[in-house]
Design a protein around this ligand. Sequence first.
Ligand code: PPS
Length: 311
Amino acid sequence: MSGKEEELTYSEAIEMAHESITRFPLIPIQGVPLMSLIASDWDTVWAFRPDPSDILIATYPKAGTTWTQEIVDLLLHNGDAEACRRAPTPMRSPFLEIKSPPPIPSGLDLLKIMTPPRIIKTHLPYQLVPPAFWENKCKTIYVARNAKDNLVSYFFFDMMNKTQPEPGPWDGYIHKFIQGELSWGSWYDHVKGYWREKERKNILFLFYEEMKENPRREVVRIMKYLDLSLSDKIIDEIVELTSFKKMKENPMANYSCIPKPVFDCSISTFMRKGEVGDWRNHFTPEQSKMFDEDYERQMKDVNIPFKTDLI
Ligand code: PPS
């Protein structure tokens, strides 16, 4: 960003760009479909060099990224809620590969003007993460969500996010997910890629369902992974501040900063339901059976303990 653009808020920049907002087509990068704007400047993303103190939060879209970004920001700020209301999520924790029409700053534009340690979001599959993250041994948190809930959440998101390809009807969307045709590619390859590298690359591998089941336990896991030590009281406060209800009410964490030309909240809100097992409200028994059979096939070479319901 330069000159006048720096003075714009994120929302204002999006409003200004609204005529260039479109459902961007997908272009494959090493076989992974990415939004055309990302693909057109891929070399710059690939060449990104983080600071060793930077923290990477990697997810397949809709797996719990924003929740984890909020937890990490609060942990780094010793639970200071006001400090974490300094700006909306995408400004506090830039989205590494995202590119949007000007004057909306790209993820790399935002990173340039921030001082490490920065909390960096990515949806890139393991093999597309810029190699300097591994060279610099950056702490990396991966959050995985069970495929069926992840798919439902992505479907609602693709309906309301006017920069994503048109989702089309639900039944066809399930097939696109299975075939890895959605933005950022195959969910199956994504979770397997990080799962296989988690020991070698010291990746903290979390599950959305375990965060729902026992958020305090998972906040403590993240804290320890980041080599932090906060008091029990502050940990409790962070758990409370990052509950679905609290984040949904927090304009700095609920993506209400993204105006209607991009996020049409009359279709669905960003903080939609935040539950485990919502897939049961959307899959027919036939769709569920077909999905499960395909899942067995695509996941037969790994044993990743996903939960599709909480008892
Ligand atoms: S994105 O656009 O990929 O960054 O989206 P992401 O943040 O990964 O995922 C959005 C889904 O996560 C839910 N969410 C939460 N669930 C529980 N607790 C908290 N605090 C929380 N914050 C966000 C959000 O509601 C989306 O899931 P669905 O199922 O659509 O509600």
